[in-house]
Design a protein around this ligand. Structure first.
Ligand SMILES: Cc1ncc(COP(=O)(O)O)c(C=O)c1O
Length: 282
């Protein structure tokens, strides 16, 4: 079993790849210029990448977000100069209703103000920005990969890294993951859960079910426990979506038995999760 570690990106998340790719394409097409304000609803990983890149590129950034996400992600966005619009979640759970409210708040802002909607859910530049993950995996371990599995939020990272794997000659079975607490892909309905960035309550826009071999749900508590084990047993500090990915990869690897290769991804480093799940209770 292999884990592609993405925590060494500038803000500690694979979202840096996506934000760099999408902003570069928008600037090249003349859709964005210095001084413009961009806006996005985000749990704070994309938001931190956007806040970081905006500060370098002379852009302004408004994040529509919520207290339901890791507090340190909100602080990271603020530290890079982002303006935050907060939508309250009563019990800090991530629910389909919360994502809908974040979306509506963002759309209202885009209609009423002079802001550019970044659109991580539909921009055609999102999926290709992740291709490098797939080619880097193959250049490190070769193309013999039996399964590639990862949890989905927008689905951009799973599909893009899958594209990169196939372009580099690998042909793994591709498995989309979600928490059991929000089993949209496996049982057709969303629910409240506590894994930042994934399982938004709808079928992710980038997820092409024709290219997905299986969807699988795992208990979020197992994901949290796997995060703690990763830190204590492997020295890998990562967030809760990574815990879900690694827990699933372990499960799949034990089903397949010896002689097979299962690959997954560590989406980010765990620094932004201190003070909340999975490293202390909230
Ligand atoms: C921590 C974390 N893990 C996983 C994901 C899912 O990535 P994607 O939106 O590419 O499916 C996200 C997305 O926001 C995230 O923030």
């Amino acid at each position: 079993m292999w884990v592609k570690y993405e925590g060494n990106n500038p803000t500690g998340s694979y979202k840096d790849r996506m934000v760099a790719g999408v902003l570069a394409a928008k600037i090249a097409r003349g859709e964005l210029k210095e001084g413009d304000r961009i806006c996005e609803y985000t749990g704070g990983s994309t938001g931190t990448s956007l806040a970081f890149a905006s500060s370098i590129l002379g852009l302004k950034f408004t994040a529509v977000t919520s207290n339901a996400f890791a507090q340190n992600k909100l602080e990271s966005m603020r530290a890079f100069g982002a303006e935050l619009v907060l939508v309250e979640s009563e019990d800090s759970r991530l629910t389909p209703e919360l994502f809908e409210e974040l979306r509506i708040t963002t759309m209202r802002m885009v209609e009423e103000e002079q802001v550019h909607y970044f659109d991580q859910f539909a921009s055609p530049d999102v999926r290709p920005s992740y291709k490098g993950i797939g080619s880097e995996i193959v250049s490190e371990i070769g193309p013999e990969i039996d399964v590639y599995c990862a949890a989905v939020g927008t689905g951009g990272s799973l599909m893009g890294s899958r594209d990169g794997l196939f372009a580099a000659g690998a042909k793994p079975k591709v498995i989309a993951l979600e928490p059991e607490q929000s089993p949209r892909l496996t049982r057709g309905h969303g629910g409240g859960h506590k894994i930042d960035g994934v399982a938004l309550g709808f079928v992710p826009p980038f997820l092409d079910m024709n290219l997905i071999d299986e969807s699988r749900a795992l208990d979020q508590e197992l994901a949290f426990e796997t995060c703690r084990r990763l830190a204590r047993e492997e020295g890998i500090l990562a967030g809760s979506s990574t815990g879900l990915n690694v827990a699933a990869a372990l499960e799949i690897a034990s089903e397949l038995g010896p002689g097979k290769r299962v690959v997954t991804i560590a989406c980010d480093n765990g620094m932004k999760y201190f003070g909340g799940v999975p490293f202390s209770s909230r």
